[in-house]
Design a protein around this ligand. Structure first.
Ligand SMILES: NC(=O)c1ccc[n+]([C@@H]2O[C@H](COP(=O)([O-])OP(=O)(O)OC[C@H]3O[C@@H](n4cnc5c(N)ncnc54)[C@H](OP(=O)(O)O)[C@@H]3O)[C@@H](O)[C@H]2O)c1
Length: 224
């Protein structure tokens, strides 16, 4: 039996990073609404807008997460939807974390990982479409550190994590409005989506064998 979001109905335990963020909040609500236990690692628990008996909250900050092993015990899938453009301008945040996360996942037999990057981050095996290249290079340096961090994560996963069922979503996000439709994975087509729709895609992608080892964009086939 499958749920409305195309995921198995059997409860699975998720470890969610970025649960207070634009995408992570929606991901958290979705997983909890479908009856899945969630462990959320957050910098400041007071920023969480969700409370639920299935939610356990752990305080911590990337890249070094003390107790990562304990957090992964019994987890079925990990979702990383983290970004801090100011910190990532000073140095990588998510790449060193993912370098520690993947070996810890192996130790605990956790196979599935979703990482949300941005549409302006380049995937390891492809160039940015010219329009996105222009946008990235006219934005100044604001998000450059974040793109480099995301790109280092993608390179590491592609080169060194073949045994993990990872998916990278190179999301385009424009608003926190209502759903505008269902996002589909694409190598070359991208939409400027809502946080809600990106979270729903991330959730589905964790259960989509076809998405494994991809660093794709997403787009709306039809927009509401
Ligand atoms: N926003 C966009 O327009 C956009 C567009 C495309 C792609 N993306 C990508 O999507 C990813 C997530 O973006 P988002 O917009 O959904 O998130 P967001 O709203 O910017 O929130 C970021 C989340 O990451 C958490 N975080 C940041 N630094 C952390 C650290 N050192 N340790 C632990 N948690 C940390 C934040 O926690 P706090 O609540 O403590 O700050 C928050 O939960 C990023 O990789 C970004 O590149 C974003």
């Amino acid at each position: 039996m499958m749920t409305a979001e195309g995921a198995p109905a059997k409860p699975e335990t998720f470890l969610v990073l970025g649960a207070t963020g634009g995408t992570g909040t929606h991901f958290l609500r979705l997983a909890l609404a479908e009856g899945h236990p969630v462990r959320a690692l957050v910098r400041d628990p007071a920023r969480l807008t969700v409370a639920d008996p299935l939610l356990t909250v752990h305080q911590g900050s990337l890249p070094e997460v003390p107790g990562l092993n304990a957090l992964l015990a019994g987890v079925d899938a990990v979702a990383v939807m983290v970004g801090d453009a100011a910190a990532q301008r000073r140095g990588p945040v998510t790449a060193p974390f993912v370098h520690a996360l993947v070996p810890a996942m192996r130790r605990h037999g956790v196979r599935r990982l979703l990482y949300q990057a941005g549409a302006l981050s380049t995937s390891p095996d492809r160039r940015l479409p010219p329009k996105l290249w222009v946008i990235r290079n006219t934005m100044g340096g604001t998000y450059e550190g974040q793109h480099r961090d995301n790109e280092a994560v993608m390179r590491y996963l592609a080169d060194e994590a073949h045994d993990i069922d990872w998916v990278v979503h190179r999301a385009g996000i424009g608003s926190d409005g209502p759903s505008r439709g269902v996002l589909s994975r694409s190598e070359d087509q991208y939409s400027v989506a809502t946080f809600r729709d990106c979270a729903a895609y991330n959730y589905r992608a964790l259960h989509d064998p076809g998405a494994i080892h991809t660093c794709d964009f997403t787009h709306y086939r039809s927009v509401r």
